[in-house]
Design a protein around this ligand. Structure first.
Ligand SMILES: *[C@@H]1O[C@H](CO)[C@@H](O)[C@H](O)[C@H]1NC(C)=O
Length: 182
């Protein structure tokens, strides 16, 4: 005969094994089924594009360095992330990335803006006139008429399983990064 403690122990370890198996199954199903690709439309109003000359970093810092060229712009973004929200989607991290070639580097990527979508109800983005949240500055700190492309990237955080992501193709977006007028 088993006593009560042995019975409880057997029941507990069975429950743990069952939960572990279910979570592993959920992770496997989510990674096999994946998430659909999203189409997006990002439009830059070229009238909003300005390149200004500022010191990089706080004013008290490094007075010796010459000024840097910061680009400012505003864009409209339409992208519907609703299809990505299924039973195992916790949140979606979305970034808008600018890519360009420069004399010294073939591929440069700069994050312009990001957001976190936490529910299906807020997943259909129709945003107007968004300013870049992060500084658009080249490593050389100067612009010399680079043409930039934009693309939208996303990472899906599931409740259980691995983070999966996707992105739209890099597309020319009406952005020419000219030197700042001095
Ligand atoms: C910009 O987009 C065009 C067309 O999709 C592509 O051919 C080009 O390689 C892209 N440039 C960069 C720097 O990603």
């Amino acid at each position: 005969m088993y006593n009560l403690q042995q019975r409880a122990n057997v029941l507990f370890s069975f429950a743990i094994t069952a939960i572990g198996t279910i979570l592993a199954l959920v992770a496997t199903i989510s990674s096999i089924s994946g998430y659909p690709c999203i189409e997006s439309d990002i439009k830059v109003d070229s009238n909003t594009l300005r390149v200004v000359s500022r010191r990089y970093g706080p004013d008290y810092y490094d007075y010796g360095t010459p000024k840097s060229h910061f680009a400012r712009l505003a864009f409209d973004l339409d992208a519907d992330f609703t299809p990505i929200f299924n039973w195992n989607t916790k949140q979606v991290f979305v970034t808008v990335i600018a890519e360009y070639e420069s004399k010294t580097h073939d591929r440069n990527s700069v994050v312009l803006w990001d957001t976190i979508i936490k529910s299906k109800e807020e997943a259909n983005l129709n945003l107007r006139n968004i300013a870049n949240k992060y500084a658009l500055v080249d490593v050389s700190r100067k612009w010399s008429h680079q043409q930039a492309n934009l693309s939208l990237h996303w990472d899906v955080t599931p409740y259980v399983g691995l983070i999966q992501g996707g992105h739209t193709p890099s597309q020319p977006a009406n952005i020419i990064l000219s030197p700042a007028a001095t």
